[in-house]
Design a protein around this ligand. Structure first.
Ligand code: ATP
Length: 593
């Protein structure tokens, strides 16, 4: 180092550090409870590492604004206090035992207490030395260490005094709720002591981790935790994630976009309620309580790190779900049927990605069809040809037209439904399964009977009017006879229509939009029914204005019939036509002068 150069030590601005912790790293001030439980638990685990029969304990004592967390763990010597408590980011939890069994690792957790308390007082007695030390750390970054009278027991006490604004967090009932929230899975007894009275809050053996617990015990626990009477419950296990848990089947329909609340614990300490990376989307019909000893938390301890262990665990968890469903098909068909009825969306999505599940459940899965909800088994049994459509707009149209054609059309609007049907199609070449679009049905309508030029002339005249609606005319024969005309537009045709109507309006993007038009234009069709009496008459109307009004009304009516949105221009034409009819209708009744 150069003579002119001096070396300095980094300084830490404690106020900034606490702000960083409270406002950016931790989502709630209650995390100080998690950190205290975690430190007590880790200290006990370290002591157990020396004597495996040792019984750990955490006592929480309330005294007005003051609260004491006391553990009978390994404790700290004076040297330890200087080394670990007084240096931010320094942790004694490094090495094999730490990786395997200890929860803390970053050396910042204790600081979270300074969010709710002006100072942290730690009184401790180490297992290794006959001395007791008091350490007082403050939010302004100062600390003191003093030797005190020998504490009667090995272990550590953390004494906090509530800041005025956080007094409620120090009330026994609030602390109880938070200890249960963060620490309900901890393998340690936790007692609450107030006015000399002790209440055992946790006994260290949660029902859901106890292999002896019965299904009834687990369902009762699920009801207590999630306030839901679940349909069923099964166990989850993963070797890679050193994971154990339970999955409760939700008794009602689940919205796919709703947040999925679980309870995820790492090394028995609560981590988060989301398992986005851990559980596949199709598992959304359950709520899980899970503990893992091998998955890693992020620094805020509020989500899981997405690493290879997590990916491996995810696979093993998926297998637990599949095995559960498979076993259910042999042991409890009634529950399986209930699950399929309520949660078929998710089972379909699973079946789309898993051949075994598909083969097993194919027949039970219900689909929306133009003939009502039907199981795939019944569809197969009742119809030789099965049609499906992947677009909801197309399905809505086809539903109306196909009914009269006695066709069976499945609504496969959700992408995994299309995937599933495609998969069934590949696996079962013996079945006739075909994708269908509205235009395909149009092709199947009977051709019009042509006597003279009437039809050609009618089509030409109608086209001249329909052009402004971005639509073309056709004449066919179809059932039911009382349907005058059907508007048919598949998805592409509809988007072309929308672009067209935008580009003719005063839209500033109009010129750009025009470029998006498909090279091969797909124009919606208004298909008139030659079998309909009214249409027969319209065809021979000579009066230009009346004819135009009739075509406009028929056009807007068929849009309404098909459930399409009607734009302003279309509505205006409809109203104009109606007005003309009224005048015309009234003309024969008006008094003659
Ligand atoms: N109850 C306790 N008993 C014994 N040692 C403790 C106790 N609480 C804290 N310590 C010591 O203080 C150190 C710092 O604690 P702190 O909670 O800040 O971080 P950590 O637990 O190591 O890691 P993390 O930030 O991930 O929680 C610990 O590594 C440990 O050595």
């Amino acid at each position: 180092m150069d003579e002119n150069q001096k070396q300095y030590q980094f300084q830490v601005n404690m106020k900034g550090m606490i702000e960083l912790l409270s406002e950016h790293i931790y989502s709630s001030p209650t995390v100080f409870i998690r950190e205290l439980l975690q430190n007590g638990m880790d200290a006990v685990t370290m002591r157990k590492g020396i004597d495996s029969s040792f019984q750990g304990r955490i006592d929480v004592t309330f005294d007005g604004d003051q609260m004491t967390f006391q553990d009978n763990g390994i404790g700290l010597t004076q040297d330890d206090v200087h080394q670990f408590l007084s240096v931010i980011g320094q942790s004694s939890k490094r090495g094999d035992l730490a990786d395997k069994d200890l929860i803390g690792k970053f050396g910042i957790g204790l600081l979270s207490c300074l969010v709710v308390s002006e100072a942290i007082v730690v009184e401790t007695r180490s297992l290794y030395k006959e001395e007791s030390v008091r350490w007082t750390g403050r939010a302004d970054g100062t600390y003191e260490v003093e030797i005190i009278d020998l504490l009667p027991e090995v272990g550590t006490k953390v004494i906090l005094k509530a800041k005025r604004s956080w007094r409620t967090l120090f009330r026994k009932e609030d602390v109880k709720e938070n200890i249960l929230f963060y620490g309900s899975a901890l393998p340690i007894a936790v007692n609450l002591i107030e006015n000399g009275e002790t209440e055992q809050l946790l006994n260290g053996n949660p029902v859901w981790l106890d292999p002896e617990s019965t299904k009834e015990d687990l369902l009762a626990y699920g009801k207590e935790v999630f306030k839901t009477r679940f349909l069923d419950v099964f166990r989850l296990e993963s070797e890679a994630g050193e994971l154990q848990g339970v999955a409760f089947i939700i008794p009602n329909k689940v919205n796919t976009t709703a947040t999925k609340e679980h309870k995820i614990f790492l090394k028995r300490m609560y981590l988060c309620d989301q398992a986005t990376n851990l559980l596949p989307e199709w598992t959304s019909f359950v709520r899980c309580i899970i503990n893992s000893n091998a998955l890693q938390p992020t620094a805020s301890r509020e989500s899981l790190m997405n690493n290879t262990v997590l990916q491996e665990t995810k696979k093993e968890l998926s297998d637990c779900f599949k095995n559960y469903l498979k076993t259910l098909s042999l042991t409890n068909i009634e529950v399986l049927e209930q699950i399929i009825t309520i949660h078929h969306m998710f089972i379909k999505s699973l079946a789309a990605s898993d051949t075994e599940i598909m083969n097993l459940f194919e027949d039970y899965l219900p689909f929306e069809t133009n003939q009502g909800m039907m199981s795939f088994g019944l569809i197969k049994e009742s119809y030789k040809n099965i049609y499906y459509t992947p677009s909801l707009d197309d399905y809505r149209q086809i539903r109306r037209i196909a009914g009269s054609q006695k066709k069976l059309v499945i609504n496969a609007a959700y992408s995994y439904e299309t995937d599933l049907i495609d998969k069934i199609k590949r696996q079962r070449p013996d079945l006739s399964i075909e994708k269908i679009a509205p235009n395909d049905i149009l092709q199947e309508f009977e051709a019009a009977i042509v006597k003279d030029d009437t039809i050609d002339e009618f089509v030409t005249r109608a086209n001249a009017i329909l052009k402004k609606h971005y639509c073309k005319a056709e004449v066919k024969r179809f059932e039911p006879k009382d349907t005058t005309a059907i508007y048919i537009a598949n998805e592409d045709a509809l988007s072309s229509k929308n672009i067209q109507s935008l580009s003719t309006s005063s839209n500033p993007f109009a010129s750009t939009l025009k470029h998006f038009k498909k090279q091969e234009e797909v124009i919606p069709t208004l298909c008139f029914n030659q079998q309909n009496e009214l249409i027969e008459k319209v065809m021979v109307i000579d009066d230009k204005e009346l004819f135009e009004a009739l075509i406009n009304v028929l056009y807007v009516q068929s849009l309404m019939l098909g459930g399409y949105t009607i734009n302003k221009r279309e509505m205006d034409t409809f109203n104009d036509a109606l007005y003309q009819f009224m005048i015309l209708g009234m003309s024969s009744f008006l008094p003659k002068f």
